[in-house]
Design a protein around this ligand. Structure first.
Ligand SMILES: *Cc1c(COP(=O)(O)O)cnc(C)c1O
Length: 484
């Protein structure tokens, strides 16, 4: 019989295959405050709001009250003033999409630009490339400074044209955790009447609170207190430690925010005004986020941020002491990218070894001046000296094992085959053959050890890799739930 118990039992059985979301050893995707009582509070707040539809703010006024409260807090934290307004969104991607959408409308309305462009550092989050694709905007990508991984203001300036609607900078970037020169770039944009968005999705809540600590490190200005910054995104479901589905995009003034709204009254139904990309939207993430932010409070976030900051510094120093390993750039937040200078030590093999030991470090492929590396996001759950020591010990031991295993090898036929493949005409049979050579068989499950697959991806020309990846994902989605 299908009882509640058996259904919940099956859900937890399925979950057993996932990486843990608590404990801090999954060092990407999940953010654990280390305070279990916050999860309980959030769950209760979400349950109370799960049926409320944020689509119509006129019939559910409580969603407006909660959103205004969160936006006011974010504006206070990130250099806003009385003019600052904002919107609560489902996540960083939606916040970035809205900022670009508003900028496109703004450029049309105020500058008569029909074919808007935006200038993006090569390290910018893919959400902006998604926005370019969705909204039909031409992007001009600017490479970043060699081994610092931050964009140079002069390069941004050189990439601007009369059609530039928006320039984007990151504070910090996801891949390397470094902060672009926000003040310089935003001044250049301002001088030309161009908008400037700061992507502080991952770092805004963390850095904003860290700089309030008595023993705060030096953090450059990265927010609306720079006069040229016209919008900024900050995720609550990252360092706000709220349930997933929570982010905020702030705009310098109401006119710019309104450029991002969607209005449609020319149909026989109710007049539609949406402030985000969603239609019907659950108010559960909003209520969950509000409850957690209220409970932790400014002092609580300062403390969580301090702990994370100190642990990140311990990691950076410790990693640099492990033979063969090195941290890329000078990370200024709570993220770091670890590379190997030893040809016998393959970072993707290292990731497999760490995963077998219970830690998830996120493989990042080589791109331009950035070598293959592993990304670590430090969250509060593991921000204590014991966990830091444990991670460093494990990393050092796993590096020895990875050296013994040796670098992942790529089927030499794959590289040869890749040279003959045309990504535009590549059919399913050729894709299957290439994937088999890359070590991903016909089955719909991924191999346990990912290093050979990543090594294969690394040797493929980027357009071929981009053509093959959706093939892999689409196979996954042809599967069914087991044990039915
Ligand atoms: C996480 C992140 C995003 C996108 O946010 P999602 O919440 O994953 O949609 C954008 N920019 C940066 C720098 C990020 O780290």
């Amino acid at each position: 019989m299908t009882t509640d118990e058996s259904i919940l039992g099956r859900l937890s059985a399925l979950r057993a295959a996932d990486l843990p979301v608590h404990g801090g050893r999954t060092m990407a995707y999940v953010y654990d405050s280390g305070r279990p009582e916050l999860d309980e509070l959030a769950a209760a707040a979400q349950a109370a709001y799960s049926g409320v539809n944020g689509l119509d703010m006129t019939v559910f006024p409580s969603v407006v009250a909660l959103e205004n409260d969160l936006v006011r807090r974010a504006a206070g934290l990130l250099g806003g003033d009385e003019q600052t307004v904002g919107t609560f969104t489902s996540g960083g991607t939606e916040s970035c999409l809205l900022a670009v959408h508003a900028a496109r409308t703004h450029a049309r309305r105020t500058r008569g630009i029909d074919r808007p462009e935006m200038v993006l550092p090569s390290t910018v989050h893919p959400a902006f490339h998604k926005a370019a694709e969705l909204f039909g905007i031409q992007s001009r990508v600017v490479p970043v400074d060699g081994d610092r991984y931050t964009v140079r203001a002069a390069d941004v300036q050189a990439a601007m044209t009369a059609d530039t609607a928006l320039v984007v900078v990151s504070a910090p970037s996801y891949a390397h955790g470094v902060i672009d020169p926000v003040v310089e770039v935003s001044e250049i944009a301002r001088a030309r009447g161009v908008l400037c968005h700061v992507d502080a999705c991952i770092g805004g809540w963390f850095l904003g609170h860290l700089r309030l600590a008595a023993d705060a490190p030096e953090i450059p200005t990265f927010d609306l207190s720079a006069p040229g910054v016209t919008s900024i995104s900050v995720d609550l479901h990252k360092y706000g430690y709220t349930p997933k589905g929570a982010s905020i995009v702030l705009f310098r003034d109401d006119e710019l925010r309104r450029d991002g709204y969607f209005v449609h009254t020319a149909w026989p139904g109710y007049p539609v005004i949406t402030t985000t990309l969603q239609g019907t939207k659950s108010a559960a993430p909003l209520a969950g986020a509000w409850a957690v932010v209220e409970r932790v409070g400014t002092d609580g976030y300062i403390e969580l941020s301090r702990k994370v900051h100190h642990t990140t510094r311990l990691f950076i120093d410790g990693v640099d002491k492990i033979p063969g390993l090195r941290v890329l750039g000078s990370p200024q937040a709570s993220l770091l990218a670890v590379t190997s200078d030893d040809p016998e030590l393959d970072v993707f093999v290292l990731a497999d070894e760490m995963r077998a030991a219970g830690w998830y470090l996120q493989p990042q492929l080589a791109y331009l001046t950035s070598p293959a590396n592993l990304h670590l996001t430090v969250t509060a759950a593991m921000a204590n000296p014991e966990s830091a020591t444990e991670l460093l010990d494990q990393l050092s031991a796993a590096a020895d094992r990875a050296r013994a295993v040796g670098p992942a090898e790529v089927n030499p036929m794959l590289k040869q085959a890749a040279a003959t493949l045309d990504p535009r005409t590549l059919g399913p049979d050729e894709a299957t053959a290439a994937l088999t050579m890359a070590g991903i068989g016909d089955g719909n499950a991924l191999p346990e050890r990912m290093a050979p697959v990543l090594a294969a991806l690394q040797v493929l020309p980027e357009p071929i890799a981009a053509r093959l990846l959706p093939e892999v994902i689409s196979r996954l989605y042809r599967g069914t739930i087991p044990d039915r």
